[in-house]
Design a protein around this ligand. Structure first.
Ligand SMILES: [Zn+2]
Ligand SMILES: [Zn+2]
Length: 108
């Protein structure tokens, strides 16, 4: 699977734009991509994957830090406001790259 090569084809749905963003139980965010792939992002992992740089080095992720107060689809990405007030923005291609399922991490 060659997901790193992206050739934009006119008229093709953009595989990086999700069809659906939803909660998975009480612990994770789920994204269904246009190419049928489904990703699940546990909140704590998602918080550490925040692009600000600071969150990745957090020693401890408390319940507030890993609980989204608001999840909004914005232009080309998903914005999460956490219960501690911090905001994270995940552009769709970045979010897709964060998927750690066996298919995406090349488990074989
Ligand atoms: Zn952050
Ligand atoms: Zn995946």
């Amino acid at each position: 699977m060659d997901r790193k090569v992206r050739l934009p084809l006119l008229g093709q749905p953009d595989p990086d734009v999700p069809k659906d963003v939803h909660f998975v139980g009480r612990y994770a965010l789920g994204v269904d991509w246009a190419d049928q792939h489904g990703s699940i992002y546990p909140f704590e992992r998602l918080r550490r994957d925040c692009g600000c740089g600071g969150c990745a080095t957090l020693e401890d992720v408390t319940r507030d830090m890993a609980w989204p107060a608001e999840v909004a689809r914005v232009d080309r990405g998903v914005r999460v406001r956490w219960s501690d007030g911090h905001e994270s923005l995940y552009a769709y291609p970045d979010l897709r790259a964060l998927c750690r399922c066996a298919a995406c991490t090349g488990g074989h």
